[in-house]
Design a protein around this ligand. Structure first.
Ligand code: GCU
Length: 718
């Protein structure tokens, strides 16, 4: 039961008697008074009272200058969200695009979040009720043609009803599965908080706001300003090789909770015993509003477990139990139903699996046995694009289709690049028996010196780990992709490694490294020149260059030697698995052709023939994982001459890559780039890419390319 309080509209008494004021005084007065008229964070919701003080009337403020606001922080992730009773807010929301932030806090005549009713003599220049609608969850880019490239702020609005008299409802949380990439959340005109960082869940306690009563027009309403503009200080930055889909891209719901409730729980296999016989498991529970000394019950009926954990300090309760259990693996994805319950009647349920993952030298061991990761990388787009399935995936059936295609490849591993995918992916991978790599978008050139940037990355890492730490399919946390080497980058990534380790000691840490391409080219070029000279299809001018290179290189220019490339990066001390993205057969040919002044075709054809004699190794005595290799192909383009962009050339690169990696003993697995073509603003080539990265094994319409079968044959013959 939530008790109401008498309350007028926020910002009452702000309407100055403007009668007789000339227009420019009107604006000046509005600007001066404005801060007092902006929606006030409600006292009582996570430090909102300090936010009320923090709105500083600044007569120096220019028009549209946002006031300084101390935004209330979201709550720590609510675990096992699917176990919670929720009122879904999915569906059509009213939607206003606001490219110049004309309705943002600080706007001269008030923010859109005030939701001023129009009509009569009231001047309003926006109206949510009559605005267009977009579907939630979902990105806005693919819901309207004119929004495909849009990067900026937009406003979402919808009303909702909730029974505050329900005796079991003492707290109400407004929960978002994710919002790209910044969300300011208002309920009944009150700012309840801000979350920055896409892809991860967050929630706000809106109990007090709702207790203030229903606004004058008779309905509770939620307004969210979402901004998908990215910049140098965001995570990721404004330059990514995937589409910056914006909006409320994941489920939105109201969650009913008792005051005394369970927040999350982590099940951890401490010791597998003898292949699960006599295994020991720890359970760490976080609670809210539950008195110290309270016993939380933990039941795993199929194992005959009925344990208790007593709430101690810091709202935590821990216990361990032993049981004879079946370990989880891709071949035997054994899951157990668990139930947590409190004397007050709160309950959490989940399906968890138990397995071990570790490394030993160059090997990755799953349940103590060496495993080769036969993987594929994927972005979060549906396999076959249709009018219904496009943009960011958010439905379970779409996630299942992606994992089914991975299974069809014969894969046992999927790299969920480059950001947290929806919770459905790991839940389904648990059921279907696939191992996962999960990652946050610390991608390319991040602002390593910026504490605010680090805070976003740490928040994304923490929320991802606390969402999926009970998923046995997740075996690798990755905190970076192709980040340039520097001391500041190391310090930043060490912080992220700590963020993981504070929460989860049981999974492997990795990061896709860029490698030292310059050093690799120095190793390769003399040998490539020697091999090129064996070809009979060289143009005379190319031959002359290769002869000069080979002559200058002397013995290094041997045409039949096995070529060993060594992956090294300062990160190798920090990670458990050394991952590298390498594009032999695709990008490097451009660099070599440019540096030598020879035709790119001669480099490509020589490289393809040379790759089976190349070996990848790593300086560190750790497993080496090839997190990306690939080549682009426009589905349906065929070429006996192996012209690039043809399916034949892409297939040839896969054959050469597989020959190289299969002969590289330190390589413990691979996740080629990428399962399906995906939208990318960096890929404008008209008629071939059309703003789509074509390295997929599957075309946007779901059609498999030749290389799909090349990889499938390699994986299924193993
Ligand atoms: C990089 C990067 C990917 C990108 C890919 C490509 O390695 O990690 O995000 O899409 O190469 O160039 O296609």
């Amino acid at each position: 039961m939530i008790h109401r309080k008498a309350r007028g509209r926020s910002g009452e008494g702000c309407t100055p008697s403007l009668a007789g004021l000339r227009a420019f005084w009107l604006v000046a007065l509005a600007v001066v008074l404005l801060p007092a008229c902006s929606p006030q964070p409600e006292s009582g919701s996570q430090g909102a009272s300090s936010a009320e003080q923090a709105v500083v009337a600044d007569e120096e403020a220019g028009l549209f200058e946002a006031p300084e606001i101390d935004y209330p922080e979201p709550l720590a992730p609510l675990g096992m969200i699917d176990a919670r009773e929720q009122i879904s807010l999915n569906g059509d929301w009213n939607f206003i695009v606001d490219p110049m932030c004309g309705g943002c806090l600080g706007a001269p005549f008030g923010s859109f979040s005030e939701n001023r009713p129009g009509g009569g003599m009231n001047l309003v220049e926006y109206d949510f009720e009559s605005a267009e609608t977009v579907r939630v969850p979902g990105d806005w880019n693919t819901q309207q043609e004119r929004l495909f490239f849009y990067r900026g702020p937009a406003w979402y609005y919808r009303t909702f009803e909730i029974d505050l008299n329900d005796p079991d409802t003492e707290r109400i949380l407004l929960h978002f599965g994710g919002a790209n990439f910044l969300a300011d959340v208002f309920v009944n005109r009150t700012l309840v908080g801000r979350h920055e960082g896409g892809y991860v869940p967050f929630s706000f306690d809106i109990t007090e706001v709702l207790a203030e009563g229903v606004p004058e027009d008779g309905k509770h309403f939620v307004i969210v300003r979402v901004d998908n503009e990215l910049g140098d200080a965001t995570v990721p930055t404004g330059r990514t090789d995937w589409w910056p889909y914006g909006g409320l891209t994941r489920d939105v719901s109201l969650v009913r909770l008792p005051n005394a409730h369970l927040r999350n729980a982590k099940f951890e296999l401490l010791d597998a015993g003898d292949e699960g016989e006599g295994a020991s498991v720890s359970v760490a529970v976080t609670t809210s509003g539950i008195a110290q000394g309270t016993a939380v019950s933990i039941a795993v009926d199929e194992l005959g477990i009925a344990a208790t954990a007593t709430v101690g300090t810091a709202d935590r309760a821990t216990t361990t139990f032993t049981a004879d259990l079946d370990l989880w693996s891709p071949d035997q994805p054994r899951l157990y139903d668990i139930k947590l319950s409190t004397p007050g009647g709160d309950q959490l349920t989940d399906r968890v699996g138990f397995r071990t993952i570790e490394t030993r030298g160059h090997a990755i061991l799953l349940n103590g046995k060496e495993v080769t990761l036969r993987g594929i990388s994927t972005h979060e787009e549906p396999i076959a694009e249709t009018d219904r399935d496009h943009g960011v995936m958010f439905e379970r059936r779409q996630a299942r289709r992606v994992l089914e295609e991975a299974k069809a490849l014969g894969a046992n591993f999927v790299r969920l690049a480059h950001y947290p995918h929806s919770r459905h992916m790991a839940q389904l991978a648990d059921e279907m028996g696939l191992l996962l790599w999960e990652e946050i978008p610390v991608y390319w050139n991040i602002d390593w010196h910026n504490p605010a940037t680090l805070a976003i990355a740490r928040d994304q890492m923490a929320r991802l780990v606390e969402r999926d730490w009970n998923r046995p399919s997740v075996i690798i946390w990755s905190f970076a992709n192709e980040t340039p080497v520097s001391p500041a980058r190391m310090r930043f990534l060490e912080e992220l490694a700590d963020t993981v380790r504070e929460r989860d000691q049981t999974r492997l840490l990795s990061a896709a490294l860029l490698g030292d391409i310059r050093k690799d080219m120095e190793t390769l070029v003399p040998k490539l020149a020697a091999r090129a000279l064996l070809r009979d299809d060289l143009e005379p001018e190319d031959r002359a260059v290769y002869e000069a290179v080979a002559q200058a290189a002397g013995d290094a220019a041997s045409a039949d030697a096995i070529i060993t490339l060594v992956v090294s990066d300062p990160l190798e001390e920090l990670v458990d698995v050394l991952a590298t993205n390498e594009y032999y057969g695709w990008y490097y040919s451009v660099l070599i052709a440019k540096s030598l002044g020879v035709s790119e075709g001669s480099v490509r054809r020589t490289m393809l023939s040379m790759m089976p004699d190349m070996r990848l190794t790593a300086a560190a005595n750790k497993p080496l994982f090839v997190s990306e290799f690939g080549a682009g192909a426009t589905a349906g383009t065929r070429s006996k001459e192996l012209d690039i962009w043809s399916e034949d050339y892409q297939a040839a690169v896969y054959h050469a890559q597989i020959a190289m990696l299969e002969a590289s003993p330190q390589v413990a697995g691979m996740s080629p780039w990428i399962l399906k073509d995906f939208h990318a603003m960096l890929r404008p080539l008209r008629g071939i890419q059309d703003y789509t990265n074509r390295k997929g094994l599957i075309a946007p319409d779901g059609q498999r390319k030749l290389a799909f079968d090349v990889l499938r044959e390699f994986y299924t013959d193993k």
